[in-house]
Design a protein around this ligand. Sequence first.
Ligand code: SF4
Length: 378
Amino acid sequence: MAHDEPVGLYLHVPFCRDRCTYCSFVTTRDDSLQAATVARLAKQVRSWGAALEHPKLDTLYLGGGTPSLMSVEELDVLTNSVREAFDLSSLTEATLEANPGTVDLTWLQAARQLGWDRISLGVQTLDDGLLRRLGRIHDGAVALESLELARKAGFLRRSGDLMVGIPGQDLSRVLDDARRMVDTGLEHMSIYLLDLDKNCPLKADVDAGRLALPSEDEVATVFEALQVALPRMGLEPYEISNYANPGAESKHNSRYWERRPYLGIGPSAASHLGDFRWTEEGNIPAWADARAGVEIQELDAAESLAEIPLLGLRLHRGVDWNALRNRAEKQNLLPLIDSWEAKLAPFERGGLVIREGGNVRLSERGMLLSNGILSTFV
Ligand code: SF4
């Protein structure tokens, strides 16, 4: 099964030193599973490379969890498996995620030498009290130091995560954190809204009235303030939650919104090849022991068409609506487009959706209210 179009590869490393109080990701503190999981990751990389007949890879992303908890030897094994199994002649970006408090200069230099050229650091906030509330293992000073260590190790492409909606976090704190992160020279920032898993400790505190989440209006005010402040700091918005120096957008993450093919390997990793989608087993021991199968979903023509605006309108440049109509016409799906246009009309009149020539995009305010607009396509 050869694959002509270059693919992206996501590898999930599901280990963390401690579990954050808000976390809903597939990750564990049990490092006794780490060796078996990394070995299976490398094995799966080789199997997929063989199954797709040594496909071209143009973006690579090592996420987690905390990939920076891997030893240099483990990272070496995993990186080499990718090098052997895939054609990297058109690789444009190799990102690894790291958490402050788990990296030192030696590890970062080794990662850089293995070919990783972009790093995404989970900073979240620089407020030590809020970091404790989130159960993070680092303080603000360590987060800034990690960004600096990454620069020293030769990572010219650095991204930081900034979280909003934390109980007790105010607007001036968010803006100050953003400024201090940008001052370290990072080229990319991802803004996350605190999202509480139903079983996480922070949710129990909120439900019991011990902590209060900010209101929707307060959160919207913060997002709006960042829409104004970040471009002044040189970071332009290119997606609802992502800002970058011009040209420094995440190529791997962009492929999700552009519906370009990707392969996800690891517990809970998702894949999209052609019209096929699947998510791997989320139980880490079962995944490491190869005890679980996956259920493959094939999208029909209408579902596939709906993904284009559902994902593409997250991007600031929006969607080529003429091309979408042409595709729909060929598939006898024009009534679907007509129904979407009818649903989008009130948003357009309200200034949340902008139609310019054959292009449709969300306005800045539309980005803040995107959930309601994008539900048109679900
Ligand atoms: S570092 Fe990330 S993946 Fe790990 S526990 Fe915290 S939120 Fe979850």
